[in-house]
Design a protein around this ligand. Sequence first.
Ligand code: CUA
Length: 331
Amino acid sequence: MKRWGGALLFACAALIVGGCGKQSPLSPQSPASHDIAVLWWWMLAIAAVVFFGAAGMLLIGWVRRGSPGLPFVGSNERVTMGLVLTFGIAIPVVVLVALFAVANLWLVGPTGAPARGSTSMTIRVIGHQWFWEVRYPGTAITANEIHIPARTRVQVVATTDDVIHSFWVPQLNRKIDMIPGRTNRVLLYADDPGVYRGQCAEFCGLEHAHMAMKVFAQPRKRFQAWLARIGKPAAAPASAQQRRGQRLFLSNACAGCHTIRGTSARGEIGPDLTHVASRTTLAAVTMPNTARSLRRWITDPQHIKPGVKMPALDLSDADFKAIASYLNHLR
Ligand code: CUA
């Protein structure tokens, strides 16, 4: 009994906490997610009527358990059968069919794949175990942090490089699955500038929970300045230590997995690191991107994100320090 009580308490706490943070579909920031939220509240209201109606009838049955027949109608068999057919079959069929029809007619337009030519920009988002690769028109490539202009219709073309993932930014639109061999599309639109958290919504392996992203909706001019900067090749190292870090990066396994545009590093297994220092987080929003956490991450990634494809390299502390110093310079 105690154990069940504890489990119930935990489930309630999880539900309550689950609504916290900037990731709730119930604080919509786009027309599509607004429609989803309205539908959700309607469904909750109808479900509440059904639930409390059924609970009320159970309660009446329990209170009157000693007396024969029903209140008001007594034991007339035709009437009781009529009640069973009405409440047990007719009302559920009408309510479910109506909800299904309204939900589909209502949401197909705003949350479906955007019509051809109805968007001003297209970005490609590719799911990987366990990060998001983001490709912009032109040369800009980044990971896990998606910048879009606010109040602009952006088309996301979603694919996967390995298993099934699901791209979901709850405040901006519905989920869209990333399925091997398929291309799916979804609209990304933000009413206002801001940062909107997203999360992989399909179990994709050990680190599924650490496959988050952030969408930065920016005023158009700031977005364009960002895009121009991210499209440029990486900065050249500026100090002796950074030069040493770059040499180490290019001569070790790092370069086989990561690309740093403007250098000989052209790996495509891990995220593009050309402007890694300009990101606010590391390891798919697992930790803030500070000098200290970057060093911790490259020194022992398996400790922070067990199962991640990035191996721990056998280098000295000084070597890791030099590599971190070089990466920190890539703004
Ligand atoms: Cu990717 Cu779950």
